[in-house]
Design a protein around this ligand. Structure first.
Ligand SMILES: *[C@@H]1O[C@H](CO)[C@@H](O)[C@H](O)[C@H]1NC(C)=O
Ligand SMILES: *[C@@H]1O[C@H](CO)[C@@H](O)[C@H](O)[C@H]1NC(C)=O
Length: 228
């Protein structure tokens, strides 16, 4: 009797440990991201006109897990000076990206604009005067479930210019976001620090295939964000 009870306990414990080890959360902790091209994806999204916008910032899957959730990312982006769009109104259609994770093309999870210091109304100002802007995509499909967040960052022109990207606006938008991220930032009681590294060879250089014909320097910045 004692022997069989002991076996039952061992079996339960093995099950209890085996389940979390096999879960996606565990594999997520092991890799920063997987290059989309490895799974037939692209670092250019689909702007709907045969051209694409660059996924020029990656939030590493090795970041603090809370940063990689929808709410956690919003709080982090707010700490950098972004917020939700003006009264939830989208100006312009969604864009889709294929992160090579087995999900194929998926529309952006979220779209955020610079908030000029006012989370409620500032993005309306951005919509009028232009400013920094991002679309976020999550690499979470079955063949590359890293949890990394791929951002298409761009600095936009005022609405009078139909919200086109300013000259050099992809590289500038990326660099502005990264400059803020590598300072210590905080929002709603959470403080963040990030380390940045530049990766070449993921994006093309130049303007071939790039929306609005704006040339890229080809750099992607990988941010590893930790909550303090
Ligand atoms: C980031 O920093 C720059 C330079 O200080 C600032 O102009 C910008 O508003 C900040 N926010 C974003 C979202 O880039
Ligand atoms: C993206 O959203 C648009 C508008 O809702 C929809 O028509 C389109 O099919 C979506 N694309 C993908 C890849 O889900």
């Amino acid at each position: 009797m004692i022997f069989s009870v002991g076996l039952a306990i061992v079996t339960l414990q093995a099950t209890a440990f085996a389940t979390p080890l096999a879960s996606p959360l565990d594999s997520r902790a092991s890799v920063a991201f997987i290059p989309p091209a490895q799974g037939g994806g692209s670092m250019l999204d689909d702007a709907g006109n045969g051209l694409g916008e660059p996924l020029n910032v990656i939030i590493s899957g090795l970041s603090s897990p809370s940063v990689l959730t929808d709410n956690g990312f919003l709080n982090y982006a707010q700490s950098l000076g972004f917020s939700t769009e003006c009264f939830g109104v989208h100006l312009g259609g969604p864009q889709a990206a294929n992160l090579g994770d087995g999900n194929g093309f998926v529309n952006q999870t979220t779209e955020l604009r610079e908030d000029y210091g006012n989370e409620a109304l500032g993005t309306c100002l951005e919509s009028l005067v232009g400013g920094n802007h991002l679309r976020m995509y999550r690499q979470n499909g079955p063949s590359a479930d890293t949890g990394a967040l791929f951002l298409a960052v761009s600095r936009e022109q005022p609405i009078t210019q139909s919200h086109d990207i300013i000259p050099n606006g992809y590289d500038i938008g990326r660099d502005e976001l990264v400059a803020n991220a590598t300072k210590q930032t905080s929002n709603a009681g959470v403080t963040y620090s990030a380390t940045a590294s530049t990766i070449t060879g993921l994006l093309p250089t130049g303007s071939a295939g790039v929306n609005h014909g704006i040339a890229l320097d080809g750099n992607v910045v990988l941010l590893t964000v930790k909550t303090l």
